[in-house]
Design a protein around this ligand. Structure first.
Ligand code: DC
Length: 335
């Protein structure tokens, strides 16, 4: 089931104009989503209190939406809200991605729904990027692209093919023979190496350091960044990584750089490891995190770096909810 959002406005509170605008909005939603009448389960409207002349649901029935359930409700009066506005939610059987429709005075209402939204979240290991990015993606109903997983898959390919991750020439040759891609299952990213799901295998601690080393080669970055840009071009998504704001999507409208004290990051990673049944001492994790930071920050190509226009968030003493709410507010304040 899919929920399609939409809204429109009327200039005058007359039955004629309400009928015309509701019909226009619903027909556009039907057309843009290639919906048949049978696929529409129900249509729910809400309208601002300055619309009194006609029920939008009645207008929908008269526009030919006769077999689905219809409902209209009144919105509270909110200071500064768009005037004479009719909002709609159409529930459908369709599984295609929803094309939301905002017309007339409502065109700028939900840029997050109708425009493409790319959110860059960079930072070092353990700063909370992936947890926060997943939740932000959920909140905005967009994809989450874990770019680190792609470098991890490169590292795994090297291990499987006995290629030394620090040998740029051999890595380059290997890259020509393998494919790395991602797909989404129930909204979650699945990372594929030559078509095989390696999402779990790339998470083992040994791969982390190898991924950091392999990611420093130009050939690797060119290939992975190309893939990442293509996904971001086609989809609204949250991308997390090290160089998203500086290199992958330097024009992204929303950029965040998460940091946290190394001790806090090591503590988080150790606990995460325990929950996955991985046994690695805190001291060892801390040492590795510091070493990996250094390697990621000092590499020549696209190092780990805060973009000048990124918002820095020190998550050391913030809960996950705090960080997610902070980022959400920041994004919503701009759209
Ligand atoms: O986020 P992660 O721990 O899964 O990333 C693994 C390594 O991949 C990281 O140490 C550096 C590299 N990486 C990168 O160079 N650029 C990115 N955008 C993401 C990760």
């Amino acid at each position: 089931m899919k929920a399609i959002r939409g809204a429109t406005t009327v200039q005058n509170d007359t039955a004629e104009e309400i009928k015309e605008c509701v019909s226009e909005l619903l027909l556009k939603i039907k057309e843009k989503n290639s919906l048949s009448d049978e696929e529409i389960i129900c249509i729910m409207f809400s309208n601002t209190a300055d619309i009194r002349s006609y029920y939008p649901a009645k207008a929908a029935r008269e526009a030919g939406f006769i077999s689905c359930a219809l409902f209209s409700s009144l919105e509270p009066e909110i200071n500064g809200a768009l005037r004479k506005c009719i909002r709609v939610m159409v529930l459908t059987e369709s599984n295609l991605s929803a094309e939301h429709v905002y017309l007339r005075g409502a065109v700028n209402l939900r840029k997050d729904l109708i425009g493409k939204l790319n959110i860059a979240i960079d930072g070092p290991a353990g700063s909370g990027k992936s947890t926060v990015s997943k939740l932000i993606a959920k909140r905005f109903n967009i994809l989450y692209l874990d770019t680190g997983a792609m470098y991890r898959a490169c590292a795994l390919a090297c291990v499987r093919n006995r290629v030394d991750v620090s040998d740029g020439e051999s890595v380059k040759k290997l890259l020509d023979k393998i494919t790395i891609s991602v797909k989404y299952e129930y909204g979650a990213q699945v990372t594929l190496l030559n078509g095989e799901n390696v999402s779990d295998e790339i998470r083992i601690p040994e791969i982390s350091m190898l991924a950091s080393t392999v990611s420093a080669h130009e050939s690797v970055r060119i290939k992975m960044v190309g893939l990442q840009r293509e996904i971001a071009r086609l989809n609204s998504c949250v991308l997390d990584g090290r160089d998203i704001g500086t290199n992958v999507l330097p024009d992204a409208e929303f950029k965040f750089f998460l940091t946290a004290l190394p001790e806090v990051r090591a503590d988080r990673r150790t606990k995460e490891n325990v929950s996955k049944g991985v046994n690695q001492k805190y001291e060892e994790v801390l040492k590795e995190i510091i070493k990996r930071d250094e390697q990621d920050k000092t590499r020549k190509i696209a190092p780990l770096l805060k973009a000048v226009d990124a918002v820095e968030v020190d998550t050391s003493y913030m809960t996950v909810d705090d960080v997610v709410n902070y980022i959400t507010k920041n994004i919503q304040g701009k759209i």
